[in-house]
Write a protein that binds this ligand. Structure first.
Ligand SMILES: NC(=O)c1ccc[n+]([C@@H]2O[C@H](COP(=O)([O-])OP(=O)(O)OC[C@H]3O[C@@H](n4cnc5c(N)ncnc54)[C@H](OP(=O)(O)O)[C@@H]3O)[C@@H](O)[C@H]2O)c1
Length: 265
């Protein structure tokens, strides 16, 4: 997909995968709208993008874990249309669900990972369909493919993203609008500082650059789901065949034991 001259809105653009995708979209000729809470990080990224690519970069500092977040994003745009929506903002909480120290954080995670993503998609998709062009890429996770004891609500939130996006892919086929879910695996970002380092301990990490390359493959492929990394693609496909109960009996307790208390953020 040629993004030259388009406007791309990226949530969670203040760091990690979102910052990488925003920078790369601008380098390919897109104007960008950068949304996240940390205004300073967004301003610094926007200044770099303007200097390097000459593209416009609008900063929208906002907490997307509140129920009215989608409406506030739309308000901040002041009628400007969005051609490429990247629902990337998200965080994880590890630990047994019953041990959750702060239930408001749990609610915020589900609102951010599921509700706001759905709301933003429903807000911006109709205009794309009217124009007969555009793209929505929802960032899911490998954690979406199997229940994850010790990371239960996060994995369930990403299973929601995957299922929603697969259905939307079918709803929008033949319209000229591309809808897809991109599932990263363990990636070198600040994600585990928030989720708890134990959740990703001992696993090989992918780089943001690798995920960004897969993001552009996702824009080009006519597939509902793309997994970052060829090996992970096979693992994700295989996981769909795994019988759930034996899996949970054998590996569930081990998974749950691995995780530690989540870090504060
Ligand atoms: N890294 C991995 O291993 C991995 C694996 C699979 C899937 N993912 C998914 O990839 C996506 C990007 O994560 P990342 O790895 O790049 O992690 P990250 O470096 O922690 O970035 C997360 C981004 O989300 C934003 N965010 C968090 N809470 C927010 C809120 N309440 N309102 C608005 N923005 C918020 C953060 O910005 P502020 O803090 O400034 O708000 C930040 O820009 C997430 O959806 C994550 O679930 C990551």
């Amino acid at each position: 997909m040629d993004v030259t001259g388009s406007t791309a809105l990226i949530t969670g653009a203040s760091g990690g995968i979102g910052a990488g995708i925003a920078t790369a979209l601008a380098a390919r000729g897109a104007d960008v709208v950068l949304v996240a809470r940390r205004a300073d990080e967004l301003e610094a990224l926007a200044a770099g993008i303007r200097a390097r690519s000459g593209r416009r970069a609008l900063v929208v500092p906002l907490d997307l874990s509140t129920p009215d977040a989608g409406a506030r994003v739309q308000e901040a745009l002041g009628g400007r249309s969005v051609d490429v929506l990247v629902n990337n903002a998200g965080f994880g909480l590890s630990g047994r669900l019953a041990d959750t120290p702060d239930l408001s954080r749990l609610g915020a995670m589900v609102t951010l990972n599921c509700t706001t993503l759905t709301d933003l998609t429903a807000r911006f998709l109709p205009a794309m369909l009217e124009r007969g062009s555009g793209a929505v890429v929802n960032i899911a996770s490998m954690a979406a493919y199997l229940p994850a004891p010790g990371f239960a609500a996060y994995a369930a939130s990403k299973a929601f993203v995957l299922s929603l996006t697969e259905a939307l892919w079918a709803e929008t086929r033949g319209t000229g609008v591309r809808v897809a879910a991109l599932s990263p695996t363990v990636t070198e970002t600040g994600f585990f500082d928030v989720a708890g380092q134990a959740a990703g301990a001992g696993l090989r990490r992918r780089s943001v650059e690798q995920v960004v390359a897969t993001f552009f493959d996702t824009l080009d492929a006519d597939r509902p789901v793309v997994v970052d990394g060829r090996r992970n693609e096979v693992l994700a496909a295989t996981s769909r065949l795994v019988p759930r109960t034996p899996f949970l009996r054998v590996l569930g307790p081990r998974f749950a034991d691995r995780v530690s208390t989540p870090a504060a953020h």
